[in-house]
Design a protein around this ligand. Structure first.
Ligand SMILES: Cc1cc2nc3c(=O)[nH]c(=O)nc-3n(C[C@H](O)[C@H](O)[C@H](O)COP(=O)(O)OP(=O)(O)OC[C@H]3O[C@@H](n4cnc5c(N)ncnc54)[C@H](O)[C@@H]3O)c2cc1C
Length: 461
């Protein structure tokens, strides 16, 4: 079977340029054979009807080789909100992902591994966290949420797992510091986190408690002199297998309040982590099963800004919005590959993009993506204005994860058999969407949060 429709990220741009350059080459060749001056004179004397008839004839003769529009998944130009400098950084971020991560990512996906050093070096070089958080350790940049959202989208557009790596480190962990850490803790860790000198993980979910963490944490902490002693297990913590520090949330044995700790993972003998294997989604994210056995943490590493679960919820509200942007990027990546495939794959002597049923799928995908992008942009603006509510973040998570799931499924269908091959990338987006659908609050839990807000009646049981 021929496989001439196989495309990768690096080929998308050149393909478009090649398509556009075909006519120029033809013109150059023609110019050697005919008197161009005479030809131009002839054309300039033609009436409009003759010109239109000639154009139709040439389009038909080119048999689908008419100029191919560029692949664009930002149909309403949401990036126009960025300054020129911010736009340049976002483009560099995408170029880094497309140029350095895309060529290796399927291999890492197969091996259940994160390309830690590649991501660390690339993100450090582009200094994206400084763009979002600024140099001030007390506050984020004025429109940090919009920048973080679009950066997350650009990363996820190439690889949702890499966006999750960034979301855990730059979102869950740095946001925990921003909201719950003391000035001394921020001064010690923030610059190193910002420059990826250390990598963070966030440990909230447990083997037996996922959706019910608000009232059901079983990991305990107990004050013992100048230390705290932590016991329990944490499941799913992204980046945990290689993290230098892990933010661990535990219930105080004394007063049942929820407390947060900075666990220095690489030097604490009470901390052990095992990689969760056998995943079928976001395989590039290394999720850990953490076991804390009389894990001693000094009082100076307790996060003083957390005294109850509502403090953790404040962190999650912000990061839930980030996950909505991952869903946007995931859908965009799948769409872009599907569109490129539709332009190059030929059946029945024509490109499949010329079939009505195929165009219907592409338009449904683009409609979903545009609705997701515009919703997330408004969401991030609300966040930057300090007006974002839990319900608004939950609605965005529910809506974008559902539309993402639908979009990647359409993309997978469009590629036919090749839609289940990693080589064509869409299969990876298709699989990864399943985890996006369930993490940072499942579809059901976020639906219940919105349902309670709009009806005034909680339907949680
Ligand atoms: C790839 C991945 C990465 C993750 N990364 C992290 C991380 O870095 N740190 C971290 O702490 N956690 C992480 N998680 C955990 C994630 O947040 C949980 O998986 C999620 O909150 C759901 O919990 P659960 O898997 O235990 O499902 P459960 O809570 O057991 O839910 C099972 C099903 O029951 C439904 N359900 C539960 N309660 C109700 C109810 N009251 N009404 C109706 N339906 C209900 C759920 O919606 C779901 O469909 C990650 C998970 C995944 C898959």
């Amino acid at each position: 079977m021929t496989d001439n429709a196989s495309l990768d990220f690096a080929q998308l741009g050149p393909l478009m340029k090649l398509a556009q350059s075909l006519d120029l080459a033809a013109v150059a060749e023609l110019a050697e054979r005919v008197d161009l001056g005479e030809l131009i004179g002839l054309v300039s004397r033609m009436d409009e009807g003759t010109l239109a008839a000639m154009k139709k004839m040439m389009d038909s003769a080119s048999n689908g080789k008419a100029e191919v529009p560029p692949i664009e998944s930002d149909f309403y130009d949401i990036r126009d909100i960025l300054t020129d400098e911010e736009r340049r950084v976002m483009q560099q971020l995408y170029d880094f992902m497309a140029g350095e991560v895309a060529p290796i990512i399927n291999d890492y996906w197969m091996r259940d591994e994160t390309p830690v050093e590649v991501l660390r070096e690339g993100m450090r070089r582009l200094d994206v966290p400084t763009l979002i958080y600024g140099e001030d350790i007390h506050a984020r940049a004025p429109h940090a949420a919009v920048l973080e959202g679009i950066a997350t989208m650009e990363i996820a557009r190439v690889d949702p797992s890499s966006a999750t790596f960034f979301g855990v480190h730059g979102g869950l962990v740095m946001q925990s510091f921003m909201q719950c850490a003391s000035d001394e803790q921020k001064a010690e860790w923030f610059p190193r986190l910002r420059h990826f000198d250390v990598i963070g993980a966030f440990a909230l979910a447990e083997p037996k408690v996922g959706s019910g963490v608000a009232g059901g944490l079983t990991t305990t902490c107990r004050r013992d002199g100048d230390d705290w002693v932590l016991n329990g297990q944490k499941k799913w913590s992204g980046n945990a297998t290689f993290a230098d520090l892990v933010i661990v949330w535990a219930r105080d044995e004394d007063d049942a309040s929820v407390r947060g700790f900075i666990v220095r993972a690489k030097e604490n003998p009470g901390y052990a982590v095992e990689k969760i294997t056998g995943k079928t989604a976001l395989r590039v994210v290394e999720n850990g099963l953490i076991t804390l056995t009389d894990c001693r943490v000094p009082e100076s590493d307790r996060l003083p800004g957390c005294t109850a679960f509502r403090d953790v919820a404040n962190v999650l509200r912000v990061t839930r919005a980030g996950v909505a942007w991952i869903a946007v990027g995931c859908a965009m990546g799948a769409y872009e590959h599907a569109l490129a495939y539709a332009q190059t794959r030929r059946q029945f002597g024509r490109s499949i993009g010329s079939f009505q049923l195929v165009q219907d799928k592409l338009v449904q995908m683009l409609g979903n993506i545009t609705a997701m992008q515009t919703m997330c942009l408004k969401l991030s603006r609300l966040q930057d204005e300090g007006r974002l509510t839990d319900e608004q973040a939950s609605l965005a998570k529910v809506f974008t994860a559902s539309r993402c799931r639908e979009t990647v499924a359409l993309a997978r269908e469009l590629l036919g058999g090749n839609g289940i091959l990693l080589d064509h990338h869409v299969a990876r987006f298709f699989a990864d969407a399943e985890a996006i659908y369930s993490y940072e609050g499942t579809h059901e839990i976020n639906t219940l949060i919105v349902g309670r807000a709009i009806t005034g009646t909680g339907a949680f049981v």
